[in-house]
Design a protein around this ligand. Structure first.
Ligand code: HOZ
Length: 428
């Protein structure tokens, strides 16, 4: 029997001091029952909890850990940068190096502004789209999650969805009256929303591969349709690549699907595990930002030298070898193994995967949007989650989150994961 006594003690203390005992809702394990474990350390594809239990980790700190945890090159870059000062609040050379890395890797981004989280990136990109187009309406998709800015917490995915508050309390209706929400992968609904708001749409914000209600890929032609429609109507196409950026290809989902958005939001991987966000796009749009233009956006820790050093080291290591081929191969191995395990146990699972992001839904029908995802058997997922955890495999503690594979996951790790799944599936 696995003991998590120390984690339980820490959680009891945390519950008295921190709302729900956690600093971000999904971590509380409420979607799957039980209590979270507390991490002592992480290395490569593994995390160890404070009770000494070891887990193969498919959360990867929700996406950033694409190289695995604590990669030596990134740790050394952090140490060297920190020794020179942890924050300056005035330009430093690393910001220019980071901007150049992003712009040279993602051709749609001619200029980029750094910030400190994905939420800041999407919030700022929306403001910029509205300032540039001089229009108010924004279209988003239900189940997509773009951080927790007021105007985007409408039919939102991730923790908001998991805990039944996709429209958050505390957001005045007036703050979301310009947010139009339609189902993903539904061209007719998008066209109808544009027709109903003719001349008023500032832009569409979309996760090109939604990963906050599980994971479902765009149907062939859907992203092309969004690109065409926004171009024809003078609206901006904003890709939220906080999760997919630098993960689904060097140039992110936009490279993988061959789409050129007007603006792109980044986060996660570009911080090398430190808090970083960024948004960028066409120069004429980006130049509307202060101090050049009238759209205000700022941050004391934006372009922070330690975070820039970590992100640069992470990106350089990621770009050095055949990383994306390796991630694809690892994803394919996991997909084949888990699908076979489910089939052998006679459990209906819809396994969606794009590169190194995945979600196995306990469902009988293919999952293309939020409504499909809602049909999955979440009680069965919760049982599966705990079964896997007890076998030393840490999956995201919600049916509505994506899994992430890193370059540190070996074939043997994935084989062990599949063996664990095969035995757990038999108990469901
Ligand atoms: N919003 C993240 C999942 N999509 C969760 C972040 C966290 O809890 O750390």
């Amino acid at each position: 029997m696995i003991s998590r006594a120390k984690s339980e003690q820490l959680f009891a203390a945390a519950l008295k001091l921190i709302p729900g005992g956690v600093n971000s809702p999904v971590r509380a394990f409420r979607a799957v029952g039980g209590q979270p474990f507390f991490v002592d350390r992480a290395q490569g594809a593994r995390v160890w909890d404070v009770d000494g239990n070891e887990y193969v980790d498919y959360v990867g700190t929700w996406g950033p850990a694409i190289l695995g945890h604590a990669p030596p090159g990134v740790i050394s870059a952090i140490q060297q940068a920190a020794a020179r000062g942890t924050s300056f609040g005035i330009p430093n050379p690393l910001e220019v190096r980071m901007a150049s890395l992003i712009c040279s890797t993602v051709p749609s981004v001619q200029k980029v502004r750094m910030c400190s989280s994905g939420t800041e990136a999407t919030m700022s990109a929306i403001r910029l789209a509205r300032g540039f187009t001089k229009r108010d309406k924004i279209l988003k998709f239900d189940g997509c999650y773009h951080g927790h800015a007021d105007s985007l917490l409408v039919k939102a995915g991730s923790g908001a969805l998991t805990f039944g508050h996709p429209d958050s309390a505390g957001v005045p209706a007036a703050f979301t009256e310009h947010t139009v929400v339609v189902p993903f992968n539904d061209e007719e609904a998008v066209s109808a929303a544009f027709a109903a708001n003719a001349g008023a749409m500032a832009g569409i914000i979309v996760e090109p591969v939604p990963g906050n209600a599980g994971l479902y890929p765009p149907k062939p032609g859907f992203l092309e349709f969004l690109r065409r429609l926004t171009r024809e109507t003078g609206a901006l196409l904003i890709f939220d690549e906080v999760m997919t950026g630098f993960r689904l290809a060097r140039g992110g989902a936009q490279e993988r699907y061959g789409i050129t958005p007007d603006l792109t939001c980044f986060g996660k991987i570009i911080g090398g595990g430190l808090p970083v966000g960024a948004f960028g796009g066409r120069a004429e749009i980006m130049d509307c930002l202060a101090p050049l233009g009238p759209v205000y956006q700022a941050g004391t820790l934006s372009g922070n030298p330690v975070a820039m050093a970590a992100g640069i080291a992470a990106l350089e290591e990621l770009f050095a070898g055949n990383s994306y081929e390796k991630l694809e191969a690892a994803g394919a191995q996991l997909e084949a193994g888990l699908s076979a395990a489910a089939n052998a146990a006679g459990i209906p699972v819809q396994f969606n995967r794009v590169g190194s992001m995945f979600c196995g839904y306990f469902a009988t029908q293919p999952i293309h949007n939020l409504a499909d995802a809602m049909l999955s058997d979440r009680a069965r997922f919760a049982k599966y989650f705990h079964g896997m955890l007890n076998q030393g495999v840490y999956l995201a503690p919600s049916q509505f989150e994506a899994g992430f594979i890193s370059l540190a996951h070996t074939e043997a790790d994935i084989e062990a994961t599949v063996r664990a799944a095969a035995s757990v599936m038999k108990t469901l």
